[in-house]
Design a protein around this ligand. Structure first.
Ligand code: FNR
Length: 414
């Protein structure tokens, strides 16, 4: 994945940043230092929107307000790390456009005066089907990083999935969350390291391990990130080390010895699932399944759940919306295991559409990271509140007072 391990030249550093899921943040790059740069990432936010700064998270009317606020707050390279897809960002755009293609077919004269948004996953009831997707390196967005996210998840009652490349260790995050988090696994080629990660997650109480299976080619060509890094005048090498050093410094990998080749997920195959199963009592969920073929295979291998995901358009540039993959996967799974879906969820109506098309729950990535980047814990809480409120409104308008009543007939295509 990384072709220059030793040189800290700017050029190799940029290559690393563009290819790494493990952006590491050190003091000089923290958001509090943002004022040193007037430069901004070249993204999809209009200047006019940026002029209107939010003074508090509460002022945000929708999640996009927090995106704009995050852009104002974050160093350009960090905001671009949050936003980027791969290549021309076609899959990233497809995720949102794919959801927008569906319209709603509301039913009238249904009593929607009280709503039930509870969802049961592996024997645990959650008050809401909105889950915080795993995202690495959250201290790139706020000094409190994953801890702020955990506190927000606790305050608002959401399930949190913690990334393997978290900038805060699982033990601390679980304690801030007050309840175990699901643990997302990037195994290395070194089995002893994988075992150690599993043990730590188990000891921190994680009931579920989420194996991400969609980055066999590393993280692809993150052009949006690479361009923004070029425009960012900071000297990134003050904070970031060589690719392998940055990875090894990640809290979950600290003290371990592995090479960049070990880190590559290119050798990961279905056989690995058996090994994983034998090594842990945790439920096993695969993240990154996008076809019926792989959904069938997942069931044959006895997985406990699936997250339909194209990594928010950050893995393969398939050009296919995650919501389309969801339809296919849900049809194959037929309710035998829970199916979660992520990619492009920005509105309560998106959540309703995903649930109508077969999701038991949805994960959000960028939206809560926008909140985190803008206002830390308060920003994450605001995003969760906005999405829950929007979902409730969408359910009332659709005539679906409970999640189980969100059926395929509630959506249509032109
Ligand atoms: C991610 N995602 C991710 N997935 C994963 O399995 N492990 C990880 O470490 C990360 N890291 C990560 C960082 C950032 C900055 C982003 C935006 C995303 C993917 C994430 O879990 C999820 O699949 C997508 O973010 C969902 O798409 P949306 O909601 O961002 O459109």
């Amino acid at each position: 994945m990384h072709d220059d391990l030793t040189s800290l030249s700017r050029r190799s550093f940029l290559r690393f940043l563009a290819g790494s899921p493990a952006l590491l943040v050190l003091p000089g790059c923290r958001p509090s230092d943002r004022a040193t740069s007037g430069a901004r990432a070249d993204t999809d936010v209009s200047d006019a929107a940026l002029e209107e700064a939010l003074k508090s998270a509460e002022q945000a009317i929708n999640v996009f307000d927090l995106r704009d606020a995050a852009q104002r707050s974050l160093p350009p390279a960090h905001f671009a790390y949050l936003q980027t897809g791969v290549d021309g960002d076609a899959t990233l755009r497809a995720n949102e456009a794919g959801l927008a293609r569906y319209y709603l077919r509301p039913r009238r004269l249904v009593d929607v005066s009280s709503l039930d948004t509870k969802v049961r996953l592996f024997g645990i009831d959650w008050p809401t089907p909105i889950v915080l997707a795993p995202a690495g390196s959250q201290r790139a967005f706020h000094p409190e990083g994953e801890l702020a996210t955990a506190r927000a998840a606790k305050a608002q009652g959401h399930l949190q999935i913690l990334s393997s490349v978290t900038s805060t260790a699982v033990e601390e995050v679980a304690s801030a969350r007050g309840e175990p988090v699901w643990y997302q696994l990037y195994p290395t080629g070194r089995w002893d390291i994988t075992q150690r990660l599993l043990r730590r997650a188990e000891e921190a109480g994680s009931p579920v391990v989420v194996l991400t299976v969609d980055i066999p080619a590393g993280t692809g060509n993150r052009e949006t990130l690479a361009r923004a890094v070029r425009k960012d005048p900071r000297d990134c090498t003050q904070c970031h080390g060589s690719p392998i050093d940055d990875l090894r410094r990640k809290p979950m990998y600290q003290g371990t010895e592995f090479t960049l080749e070990d880190w590559s997920q290119a050798r990961l195959t279905w056989d690995f699932l058996g090994r994983l199963r034998d090594a842990t009592q945790m439920k096993l969920v695969l993240k990154g399944i996008v076809t019926a073929e792989d959904a069938h295979r997942s069931l044959q291998y006895g997985v406990d759940g699936i997250v339909v995901s194209n990594h928010g358009g950050r893995a393969e540039e398939s050009g296919r919306a995650s919501i389309e993959s969801l339809r296919e996967v849900a049809a194959a799974v037929k309710g035998r295991v829970p199916v979660l879906m992520d990619g492009g969820i920005r509105r309560g109506t998106d959540i309703l559409k995903a649930m109508a098309l077969g999701a038991d729950a949805v994960c959000i990535g960028r939206p809560y990271l926008w909140g985190l980047g803008a206002f830390g814990q308060a920003g994450v809480e605001r995003v969760l509140t906005i999405l829950r409120n929007e979902l409730q409104i969408a359910m009332r308008f659709a005539g679906a007072p409970a999640l189980r009543e969100i059926t395929p007939s509630l959506v249509g295509l032109p």
